[in-house]
Ligand binder design. Structure first.
Ligand code: URA
Length: 237
């Protein structure tokens, strides 16, 4: 029987030697400061649960009229690693969970390559309801729903945000610069370092993007080591 090669690991293996990445000074400083942030009064889990409840039945934009489920996000909000995608697709809309379709399965493999899983990060999207036909969320939808993402970030106080794809990068960084130019260095959302990489859906269309994504994952891993991420749940912040 022919050996089935895992599409991501096949590429990962071919790179061989790991490289150390030097962090820009402000990111290094932020990494050293990790652990100083204040936990809100109800705790991160409690505040996230309260925000999720607040979002129930949201009708703030037109996406509410076609959605089946609101996809708030999932994972460990205490871990200090926030991954941000664009918006739910069909499977996410059905299940109410982020990144559970084909892109999500690839994303899980990508993160597994640097020993991350959903217990060690939190995944959310710019918009919490599925845009019909998986179209790109409009600027106004992103702005309206982006306010909830902002509150998720305020609650989590992540040590790093990983932006997947153009929509996430555009909304978080308020830029129209393409991913090709944004990836490869750290940006900021308020005071939080943001690493931009390609959306897994783009990798499914263009396997050549696996190499830069792997480079980005090595950069993320190097940052996590310096910043002591993921944080242990219940760790005194
Ligand atoms: N694509 C996204 O950007 N988010 C999801 O949750 C699923 C697919």
């Amino acid at each position: 029987m022919a050996e089935v090669r895992d599409p991501f690991w096949g590429v990962v293996e071919s790179f061989g030697v790991d490289r150390m990445f030097v962090l820009p000074e402000w990111v290094q400083k932020k990494a050293e400061e990790e652990g100083e942030h204040v936990v809100p009064s109800e705790g991160i889990q409690g505040n996230m649960a309260a925000l999720k409840k607040e979002l129930e039945g949201c009708m703030k934009c037109q996406l509410s009229s076609t959605r089946k489920n609101i996809v708030f996000g999932e994972g460990n909000p205490e871990a200090g690693i926030l991954v941000v995608g664009e918006g739910p697709g069909a499977t996410e809309d059905e299940t109410g969970r982020p990144f559970v379709g084909r892109s999500g399965k690839l994303l899980d493999k990508i993160f597994a390559s640097i020993d991350l899983n959903r217990e060690k990060l939190f995944i959310a999207n710019i918009v919490k309801c599925r845009p019909p036909g998986n179209r790109t969320p409009s600027a106004s939808e992103s702005e309206i729903c982006g306010k909830f993402l902002k509150r998720q970030i305020e609650i989590m106080k992540p040590g790093i945000i990983v932006a997947l794809g153009a929509s996430a990068a555009r909304t978080l960084l308020n830029t129209r610069t393409g991913i090709g130019l944004l990836r490869g260095e750290f940006h900021r959302y308020m005071d939080t370092p943001v690493l931009v990489t390609y959306h897994p859906a783009a990798l499914l269309r263009s396997p050549a993007l696996k190499r830069p994504v792997w480079e980005d994952m090595k950069r993320l891993r190097s940052f996590m080591e310096k910043a002591g991420l993921p944080r242990e749940s219940g760790e005194k912040q």
